[in-house]
Design a protein around this ligand. Structure first.
Ligand code: SUG
Length: 447
């Protein structure tokens, strides 16, 4: 077993970041529908987090944004004419579609794909399955480009296996790593892969108010594709009541890292069965640590408004384990008290907390963990990653200047039909692919 690290690849916020209220069941998205966004600030906040994690000595990468508004989708749906005419027609006849094709939602990289480290996969490669995100149109249109981006960043087929997204049908709804957690003693050793789904068979309870985006059938298909060992794989159902109160992904109510599973008492239908499976199958030189937050300490509404469980848990090279939280946690006295209790408790390895202002993303229901895709890499695989995907102080400076040069500081719904915004966005992305030497990733560059 070679030394392996866990890298975080964060989605770089795109130039059309806006608040359109597109995600039913995501309470922040609904609350901020029609608010005026600040794409420049959003991108800077994301870059700041990437830079800070890189400065902690962690492997930090980035995933480029997608082309938005996505004109190919509008043309596929029958809009014709010049780009400006298409935008004017869709604004007049189908404003909801204009919002959907303009969302910068690919920034939430936890939904880009499910990734299994080579140590867990029978063929010894890192496996990627881009999420089909078929519960929402604005997200479903990400999958094709996401697949292309992942292949560009992880190109070598002898190291990286890329599966196509699952067929986009409700029975196979897949939201990627946001509903997947891995527990292990060491990143490079075989681990346990936990898949969390919202909707299973007819006999299983289902939410009644909000949709369950992830199905058991989708999670099972991903586990098969990734050639995971059956005993090392578990499918846990999310509590339907939690989904009905705004927990639209499992990473809004639970987070795992190495041997630690931090979760809310009401996250899973059967937490005892989950714990028993972990205790039976966990191997190596550490013991699993469960940090369960009781409902009496924090209720689900507090969890959803602060995004405590959407924190990242990371292991800096100097040792220990840190919690990366959104500013909203610090502003909520009961949540902050819970964090101080966790950090002060010697029974778990979490020994510090870092607070980030991610307000622009949080207002759409995207916290620290939503913004990142975790990829465990051994030395060989690390060397196989496209070099310009890594965050360094130089890249941070370069990208901050790029954002300042190309992004607006104010965007409302009416701006989305502005042909000038389309032009600005394409110019920015064209420049970015050159800066990062990623080749022609986008439809407007390829056609
Ligand atoms: O899919 N919000 C995203 C937030 C994704 C958060 N990701 C994780 N939990 N991993 C979503 O609901 C809102 C877009 C808008 O309303 O404009 C949005 O798509």
């Amino acid at each position: 077993m070679s030394t392996a690290i866990e890298a975080n690849f964060d989605g770089l916020v795109g130039p059309t970041h806006n608040y359109a209220g597109l995600s039913f069941g995501n309470v922040a998205s609904a609350r901020n529908a029609s608010a005026v966004s600040n794409p420049r600030e959003a991108a800077r906040q994301g870059l700041m987090k990437m830079r800070a994690l890189a400065d902690l000595g962690l492997a930090q990468g980035l995933l480029p944004p997608q082309e938005r508004p996505h004109l190919p989708t509008l043309r596929r749906l029958g809009f014709t004419g010049t780009d400006a005419q298409v935008l004017a027609k869709v604004r007049r006849d189908a404003p909801g579609l204009l919002a959907a094709v303009s969302s910068a939602s690919a920034m939430w990289a936890a939904n880009a794909a499910t990734v299994s480290p080579s140590a867990d996969c029978a063929d010894g490669r890192v496996h990627f399955t881009p999420a089909n995100l078929c519960a929402n149109l604005h997200r479903a249109i990400e999958a094709e480009t996401t697949a292309r981006i992942l292949k560009a960043i992880f190109p070598d087929p002898s190291l990286f296996a890329h599966h196509p997204p699952l067929p986009a049908t409700p029975a196979l709804g897949d939201e990627g790593a946001a509903n997947h957690t891995r527990l292990c003693a060491q990143y490079g050793a075989p681990g346990l892969e936990l898949f969390v789904y919202g909707r299973g068979g007819d006999a299983e309870p289902a939410p009644t108010r909000y949709p369950a985006r992830q199905t058991h059938a989708a999670s099972a298909a991903v586990a098969r594709l990734h050639e995971l060992s059956v005993p090392a794989t578990f499918f846990a159902q999310q509590r339907p009541e939690a989904i009905d109160r705004g927990v639209f992904h499992n990473d809004v109510i639970a987070v795992g890292n190495r041997e630690v599973l931090l979760y809310h008492e009401q996250a899973f239908v059967d937490p005892q069965a989950l714990r028993a499976w972990v205790c039976t199958h966990f191997h190596g030189d550490r013991r699993p640590v469960f940090v369960e937050i009781p409902a009496a300490e924090l209720d689900i509404d507090e969890v959803v408004s602060s995004y405590l469980f959407n924190s990242q848990l990371v292991c800096p090279p100097e040792g220990g384990m840190r919690l990366i939280v959104a500013r909203e946690c610090e502003e909520h006295p009961r949540v902050w008290a819970a964090i101080e209790r966790i950090v002060g408790d010697p029974a778990n390895p979490i020994d510090g907390v870092h607070v980030f202002d991610l307000r622009q993303s949080m207002n759409n229901g995207g916290g620290p963990a939503c913004l990142r895709l975790r990829v465990v890499l051994d030395e060989n695989e690390w060397a196989g990653v496209h070099p310009s995907a890594w965050m360094t102080p130089e890249r941070h400076a370069e990208l901050s200047a790029w954002v300042d040069g190309h992004y607006r500081d104010r965007l409302s719904f009416d701006d989305l039909a502005d042909p000038q915004l389309l032009e600005e966005s394409r110019t920015a992305l064209d420049r970015l692919t050159r800066l990062l030497k990623l080749g022609n990733l986008y439809d407007f560059q390829r056609n």
